[in-house]
Design a protein around this ligand. Structure first.
Ligand code: GLV
Length: 331
């Protein structure tokens, strides 16, 4: 190729990684970090060969139709529900994500959110900061135990397995899991995890953690009916995607103490948060930061950049999420 491919970097990322991209590509970046409307994104992609995106840019049929040169979109996230994968495949556009590099960091966070939720850390901190702590009492912010309890994981991919290992080996938890396909015997033994049906998991677990990818079939995996199956002492943690939990139904269940507490890092329609969740006391709420350690965010950005570089220098994408048909321009 004579001139350098043109790349759009849709959000602000580490400046040195943008500089690395500039050695390979003509780069239009977004240092101001405003989130573009779909039309503004489509207009910027009109003359681009590739794009670096995050979960906030939706790549759908309309955007693809406006981007005839586009050959690859590298997402800086392991989840890629912002991609309309079938439309990308049909348009000859390669998609990539950032698996593996965030597994342990995200599992750390899932476990931290589980502990903060069960031990009521956010609720008790708010109480202390509000100047309400005047004396010790025997049941003040008494929560559930982690050690020795039953951990139920829905979605047993790499991150789910990381959480299972932490629970089983670090905290002596009994681990049960539910997943589309059962793990092999070796992995089950490593995670000390037993495969069960969803209903058994919800009825039995003391702490339920959601780590499954978002697909239309996973929409409202946890709604009012599922919450009703859980123990009144149980907790629920969602580090997967907004929409996997029915947030309005969860707010009702928490307010009525049908379950003990919940921790959410992801929300339906984020960054908006269902207003009822904001007034429920027995919750820990975080702004989609499960992978947000500095080294891991660097590794994610670097892998997304490496995907673009490897694609255009002919090595092929490192972590593809689809196998596109031939590009209509014959690239
Ligand atoms: C974060 O949510 C990711 O998918 O990487």
């Amino acid at each position: 190729m004579g001139s350098k491919p043109r790349i759009l970097v849709a959000r602000a990322i580490f400046p040195d990684i943008v500089e690395r991209l500039r050695t390979h590509f003509e780069v239009e970046d977004n240092p101001g970090d405003g989130i573009w409307t779909p039309d503004a994104l489509a207009a910027r992609l009109a003359d681009k060969d590739g794009a670096f995106t995050t979960g906030s840019e939706r790549i759908d049929a309309a955007v693809l139709a406006a981007a005839p040169r586009l050959r690859i979109v590298a997402n800086m996230a392991v989840g890629y529900n912002n991609f309309e994968v079938d439309a990308m495949t049909a348009a000859g556009v390669q998609g990539t994500n950032t698996p593996d590099v965030l597994t342990e960091t995200t599992a750390d966070f899932g476990f931290a959110l589980l502990m903060a939720t069960a031990r009521r850390m956010a609720e008790s901190e708010r109480y202390l900061r509000a100047g309400l702590w005047t004396q010790w009492s025997y049941d003040m912010f008494a929560g559930g135990d982690i050690h020795g309890s039953t951990l139920g994981i829905i979605g047993m991919g790499r991150i789910g397995q990381g959480i299972a290992r932490r629970g089983a080996h670090g905290f002596g938890m009994k681990v049960i899991y539910h997943n589309r396909s059962r793990l092999g015997a070796k992995l089950e033994a490593e995670c000390k995890a037993r495969h069960v049906g969803k209903e058994e998991l919800l009825r039995t677990a003391d702490h339920v953690v959601l780590v499954l990818p978002y697909t239309p079939a996973a929409h409202h995996t946890i709604g009012a009916a599922e919450l009703a199956l859980m123990k009144p002492t149980a907790t629920l943690v969602n580090i997967a995607r907004g929409g996997i939990v029915d947030d309005a139904a969860l707010a009702v269940a928490l307010r009525e103490r049908r379950i003990a507490a919940a921790g959410l890092d992801v929300f339906e329609g984020e960054p908006r948060v269902h207003p009822d969740l904001l007034t429920v006391p027995n919750m820990v709420l975080t702004p989609h930061i499960a992978s947000a350690s500095v080294p891991t965010r660097r590794a994610m950005a670097s892998l997304a950049a490496d995907n673009l570089i490897a694609f255009f220098d002919g090595r092929g994408p490192l972590t593809p999420v689809n196998r596109p048909v031939a590009h209509p321009r014959g690239y």
